[in-house]
Design a protein around this ligand. Structure first.
Ligand code: FES
Ligand code: FES
Length: 195
């Protein structure tokens, strides 16, 4: 069977294994976490409570752990990507209290008592966020590695009512690198949602 690229991404976005939209967030319940409140705390660890993708998650963490490593390694929310791990590519972009932040440069402890949204929390069940839908419709991705970060940045800047011109959008999205060069289609996707 031949499947177009757009068809492929549309299909994978709706499936559980999609990089864009895992069907259900994989957030372990707090009591199942070996470091959850009530469990023995190693010396120096701190308690962090996150409102993560709509669920309250309580953990004890090493204060040196980044939000990115907490999400990916501990909570298995691997939709947020680790690219450079030094604040230069935007692949790790998530929302903290509605603002986009680089999870690789943010300590997990600094997100205590805040609302954190990752790409897994953007869709409403099987219903994609408008930015996710527009990325698929406009072919705003190729390999898809940068896409979760691009979607999170785009959603935040649209919510902020940021620039609507091509130049303004490029400037506002300049922290998100796409090695595949999908930039023109990403701009189209953002303009589509802005309209
Ligand atoms: Fe965070 Fe590259 S992984 S900016
Ligand atoms: Fe491949 Fe952006 S789609 S890096």
């Amino acid at each position: 069977m031949t499947l177009s690229r757009r068809g492929f991404f549309g299909r994978t976005a709706a499936s559980a294994g999609s990089m864009l939209v895992p069907a259900t967030p994989v957030v372990p319940a707090a009591p199942a976490d070996s470091h959850a409140a009530g469990a023995a705390r190693a010396p120096g660890e701190v308690t962090v409570v996150l409102r993560l993708n709509g669920k309250t998650t309580r953990l004890t963490v090493d204060p040196r752990v980044t939000l990115l490593d907490l999400l990916r390694e501990r909570l298995r929310l691997t939709g947020t990507k680790k690219g450079c791990d030094r604040g230069q590519c935007g692949a790790c972009t998530v929302h903290v209290d509605g603002r986009r932040v680089l999870a690789c440069l943010t300590l997990a402890a600094a997100a205590h008592d805040r609302t954190v949204t990752t790409i897994e929390g953007m869709s409403d069940g099987d219903r994609l966020h408008p930015v996710q839908r527009a990325f698929i419709d406009c072919d705003g991705l190729q390999c898809g590695f940068c896409t979760p970060g691009q979607v999170m940045s785009a959603a935040a800047l649209l919510r902020e009512g940021r620039p609507r011109t091509d130049e303004g959008i490029r400037e506002a999205m300049s922290g998100n690198i796409c090695r595949c060069g999908a930039y023109p289609n990403i701009v189209d996707a953002i303009k589509k949602v802005a309209r």
